[in-house]
Design a binder for this molecule. Structure first.
Ligand SMILES: [Fe+2]
Length: 247
């Protein structure tokens, strides 16, 4: 069995330092890796990225992340990625990594993802150049996630995004903003590979559990949704969910 801890939308800045750390110190006893589903920082500055690395790095288990929209706010996403990478944190964007855990290969493919909406209420690649650019971004990012997922050779495959791949985990958010919270193309990408679990964040008022049209379990691990430092999910097991009392 592989146990993965996951959380998203931790929005670290100086004033957040120390808030998660006490619970994280116990993480290596409870999980084999930590996956973080974007919005690591508040405004995507290098200083905030350093604070994030201080809070979530050096745990004794691998830490794998994707960036969120907040991590792009200062247009410094490359510098933020570099700061995290220098701290030993793996940052995925249309790419994948494989971790050796308990004799098993855990494959993780990740991307920030993007908005666009879901079946019956989505933006279409038509009309103004601005709209084509918007939906083109949705399609390109989703296609790259699909390629990354299909490229991994592993025993258990996880998709990690910031934006949501299904509307089910958005329930609780205003319907009007669903197109800004995720897109169906991410779900199609996840279903194009033998994905065992899809994790995302971004929807602070959403719901934890959903499923792609292809049947892949989806979990919204945004911190305001899971209400604890991290949730633990298990792979190569009958069910993905575990009961973990709040730390
Ligand atoms: Fe977000």
């Amino acid at each position: 069995m592989i146990r993965i801890a996951a959380v998203g939308d931790v929005h670290v800045d100086k004033d957040v330092l120390g808030r998660y750390r006490p619970a994280l110190e116990e993480l290596p006893d409870r999980a084999d890796a930590l996956l973080i589903a974007g919005d690591l920082t508040r405004h995507g500055t290098v200083e905030e990225a350093r604070c994030f690395a201080t809070e979530f790095g050096g745990l004794g288990v691998p830490v794998v992340v994707v960036l969120g929209n907040h991590d792009h706010q200062s247009d410094l996403q490359d510098a933020v990625t570099g700061t995290l990478t220098d701290a030993g944190i793996t940052v995925l964007e249309g790419s994948a990594t494989v971790l050796e855990i308990n004799g098993h290969r855990l494959g993780i493919a990740g991307s920030k993802g993007f908005g666009g909406g879901f079946a019956g209420a989505c933006a279409s690649n038509f009309g103004e150049r601005e709209m084509k650019n918007f939906v083109g971004t949705t399609e390109e990012i989703s296609a790259r996630l699909g390629e990354a997922l299909r490229s991994v050779e592993c025993d258990a495959l996880v998709a990690l995004t910031h934006y949501a791949p299904v509307p089910e985990t958005l329930i609780g958010e205003p319907l009007e903003i669903y197109p800004f919270l995720g897109c169906y193309q991410l779900g199609q990408a996840i279903d194009s590979a033998p994905t065992a679990l899809a994790l995302h964040g971004h929807a602070h008022h959403g719901s934890e559990r959903g499923r792609t049209p292809g049947g892949v379990p989806v979990r919204n691990v945004a911190h305001p949704v899971i209400k604890q430092a991290y949730n633990v999910y298990q792979l190569l097991s009958e069910t993905v969910d575990t009961e973990l009392l709040p730390a």
